[in-house]
Design a protein around this ligand. Structure first.
Ligand SMILES: *Cc1c(COP(=O)(O)O)cnc(C)c1O
Length: 419
């Protein structure tokens, strides 16, 4: 099936006479006829649903749909993108280990990596997104357990050369984790370029309607944990009656371990209702992405020519530094998100923001409605000036997210605010 069809039909197919729309299983628990049957499900948690702290039939359908869209073998939803990032790392690294990440990543992830994970004894080394193969290689230490990067970085819109990073990761027998939030699988499928694990904040384009916060982790099923230094995958898990993930679940040990061990312990799992709402967003994802890209490019072209705009980052523009990489990884378009830097100081920038009428000022991006955010005073407020520069952020930078309104109305709004 092609993406448009997967968006509508993957994950759930009604039985004869069954409901045409994916039903909401809003139930904490699931009943069995005998103690023996419950024991069997504990032996193999892939057999049935046990408890909605880590598995639920509605969410399961959504997970199958997202895995299918990403060309992965399995997926697990989480209650936020942050929870997806956290679990994707903790499933590989523990105290004493390191992670290598590009610095062109979401501010919340920088905070999680640089401050919070450090308190858990996990060190994250940051490198420039444009690093050469040699630079990436020399940043990898014997205890580095994964490489992490964003396909299209939030909010600096830098494009990651996924193949380059996956080549070095695999040479060192460590997996590559890609945060594919902005492109969604409609614009880029990182697994096709060598990513081993793909994560998303589903809060953005996937949900699409700003209804709820959520995340997902997708397992490509391709990484061979027996080759690297991953004893938690290859030795019996004492907390799960001796399961050896690579041996007992060779098709997708990563996601089974994330669910059986970490989701069981952390419990940041979405409800049936959340799964249902996310699915409604996914049904129109392919269609919506086309229009976001179209509106995004038109708005970017308008802003690129405007005398009051000093610079713009939108890899869909031929003049953008990442245009060539975007043509390779995001040939269908580079989403509706761009960042602009005004010809002015912090105050001028805030004045411009406040003059916008249609575009809403909100802590959101990749929403169905056009919205703007000033990263320096909001999402990246916790970062030092040095960290801001490393993430590609200037105090006069505004993140713009073109929505699905008529493009003439969007452009008119920016035109009057820039007067
Ligand atoms: C928003 C975002 C996150 C965090 O997701 P939440 O759903 O807000 O927790 C992670 N990565 C990227 C690229 C994001 O845009």
């Amino acid at each position: 099936m092609k993406d448009e069809t997967k968006c509508l039909h993957s994950g759930y197919s009604p039985n004869n006479g069954g409901p045409g729309v994916m039903p909401i299983y809003q139930s904490t628990t699931f009943r069995f006829n005998s103690t023996q049957e419950i024991a069997a499900v504990f032996d193999d948690p892939t057999k049935a649903h046990i408890y909605s702290r880590f598995t639920n039939p509605t969410v399961d359908c959504v997970e199958k749909k997202i895995a299918d869209l990403e060309n992965g073998v399995a997926a697990m939803c989480t209650t936020s993108g942050q929870a997806a990032s956290l679990i994707s790392i903790l499933n590989l690294a523990s105290s004493g280990d390191r992670i290598l990440s590009t610095s062109a990543i979401y501010g919340g992830t920088v905070n999680l990596f640089a401050v919070t994970l450090k308190k858990f004894g996990i060190t994250v080394d940051f490198i420039d997104v444009d690093s050469s193969e040699d630079e990436i290689q020399s940043a990898i230490k014997p205890n580095t357990k994964a490489i992490f990067g964003e396909t299209l970085s939030n909010p600096s819109l830098q494009v990651l050369d996924i193949e380059k990073f996956s080549k070095i990761a695999h040479k060192n027998n460590i997996p590559l984790i890609i945060d594919n939030t902005f492109p969604t699988p409609i614009l880029c499928k990182p697994i096709n370029f060598g990513a081993d694990i793909v994560i998303h904040s589903t809060t953005k384009y996937m949900d699409g309607h700003a209804l709820q916060v959520g995340g997902v982790i997708v397992d490509s099923g391709k990484f061979d944990f027996t080759k690297g230094n991953f004893p938690d995958f290859t030795q019996p898990d004492e907390s799960y009656h001796g399961t050896i993930y690579t041996k007992d679940y060779p098709a997708c040990p990563y996601i089974i371990k994330a669910r059986a061990q970490l989701m069981r312990d952390f419990g940041c799992y979405p409800s049936g209702m959340s799964g249902f709402l996310l699915n409604i967003g996914l049904e129109t994802l392919a269609l919506r992405m086309e229009r976001y890209c179209e509106n995004g490019l038109k708005l970017a072209e308008f802003l690129n020519k405007h005398p009051k705009i000093k610079s713009i980052n939108y890899p869909g523009l031929k003049t953008d530094k990442y245009y060539t990489l975007a043509q390779k990884y995001l040939p269908k378009g580079t989403s509706g998100v761009m960042s602009i830097t005004l010809d002015g100081n912090r105050e001028d920038t805030i004045k411009f923001m406040d003059k916008l009428k249609l575009a809403s000022k909100e802590v959101h991006v990749a929403d169905i409605r056009t919205c703007v955010l000033h990263p320096a005073s909001a999402t990246h407020r916790q970062l030092t000036d040095e960290q801001l520069v490393a993430c590609g952020i200037n105090p006069s930078m505004v993140r713009v997210s073109a929505g699905l309104e008529n493009i003439d109305d969007i452009i008119q709004d920016f035109e009057q605010a820039l007067l």
